[in-house]
Design a protein around this ligand. Structure first.
Ligand code: C2E
Ligand code: MG
Ligand code: MG
Ligand code: MG
Length: 292
């Protein structure tokens, strides 16, 4: 209908644009239908201590399974949901699912494992995220700190005052906040030191060649020193090789996440791979249960 509305002059360039608009509208309709039909799933990927690889948290990663057995990657539809306003509903579903997962962990005696949720701009700016999390924590009887939030720097840049206020409220509630993909954004050092954020996740881009390339190593060393100087926990994402793990261990990174340890998987598989005793044994503590 965009073509019809345009006059002749407009119509000359409208077809190409309307093609893109149509594709976006079609995708939005598909996402809406998928939400109604409950097609979305969460997969989980553990975040582990560098020293003994004991899991400390599991990150929720959104999956949209397709009939062919594959899935649409989250970055193929989340930005679109941001623009169409669907992100509110999708984000609410993810948060509720994360809270359900935290309750399952607690019921299984693993409330030492937190559940980390990725939150995008539309969820952070336009909504009462702290209130939403608190209501879920109350409803599911979650312990303080059971849920973590991951944000990218760009999410905070939109409305810095609102962001600071929201971060402080989350902190008061005991919700740990991580800056995701850290190093790819534009945060100034002074801004960072004021930020009520607990964790920096070093972007995979810098981790990829950390043990092979002097520049990557220098950047990671600087990010670790910077984060530690303001009391933050450092996580390296995208760890795929033992050499990277060794480098991160030798250079004081606190936690690691990546295919070397875990692929994102459904809850049952992730739970089985948490290695309840493995981490503690490596840390030199006695296992809680006798071996079967
Ligand atoms: P992210 O939060 O930085 O998540 C890490 C991404 O890297 C995930 O991709 C994960 O599958 C992938 N990954 C983990 N370990 C490795 C590794 O060792 N090597 C490589 N090459 N990749 C690894 P995924 O699942 O496609 O998610 C992409 C992004 O989509 C996420 O980046 C996050 O920003 C966003 N996202 C995912 N789930 C959600 C969600 O529920 N809500 C929101 N708002 N965003 C989400
Ligand atoms: Mg993340
Ligand atoms: Mg990340
Ligand atoms: Mg990333």
């Amino acid at each position: 209908h965009l073509v019809e509305r345009g006059g002749t002059e407009v119509a000359r360039y409208v077809p190409a644009m309307s093609e893109e608009v149509n594709q976006r509208l079609a995708m939005t309709a598909r996402v809406r239908r998928a939400l109604e039909r409950r097609e979305f799933r969460l997969h989980f990927q553990p975040i582990r201590r560098v020293a003994d690889t004991a899991a400390v948290a599991i990150e929720c990663l959104l999956r949209w399974p397709q009939p062919d057995g594959g899935f649409v990657p989250p970055l193929a539809f989340i930005p679109l949901c941001e623009r169409s306003g669907l992100i509110g509903e999708l984000g609410r579903w993810v948060l509720r699912e994360a809270a359900t997962t935290a309750a399952r962990l607690a019921a299984a005696g693993r409330d030492d494992i937190a559940v980390a949720v990725n939150v995008s701009a539309g969820q952070f700016a336009g909504r009462d995220l702290p209130g939403e999390i608190q209501r879920l924590a109350d409803e599911f009887g979650l312990r303080r700190g059971a849920l973590h939030v991951e944000l990218t720097e760009s999410v905070l840049m939109d409305r810095p005052d609102h962001a600071m206020d929201t971060l402080r409220r989350l902190q008061r509630q005991g919700v740990r906040v991580a800056l995701d993909d850290f190093g790819t954004g534009y945060s100034s050092m002074s801004y960072l030191s004021d930020l009520p954020v607990d964790t920096l996740k070093i972007d995979r881009m810098f981790v990829a060649r950390v043990d092979a390339d002097a520049r990557s190593a220098a950047i990671c060393r600087a990010l670790i020193a910077l984060g530690h100087s303001v009391g933050m926990t450092l996580v390296a994402e995208g760890v795929e090789h033992a050499g990277q793990h060794r480098w991160l261990s030798e250079n004081g990174c606190d936690q690691v996440q990546g295919f070397l340890f875990d692929r994102p998987q459904p809850f049952d598989e992730t739970f089985a791979a948490l290695g309840g005793q493995r981490g503690r044994e490596l840390a030199g503590e006695a296992p809680a249960d006798p071996a079967p």
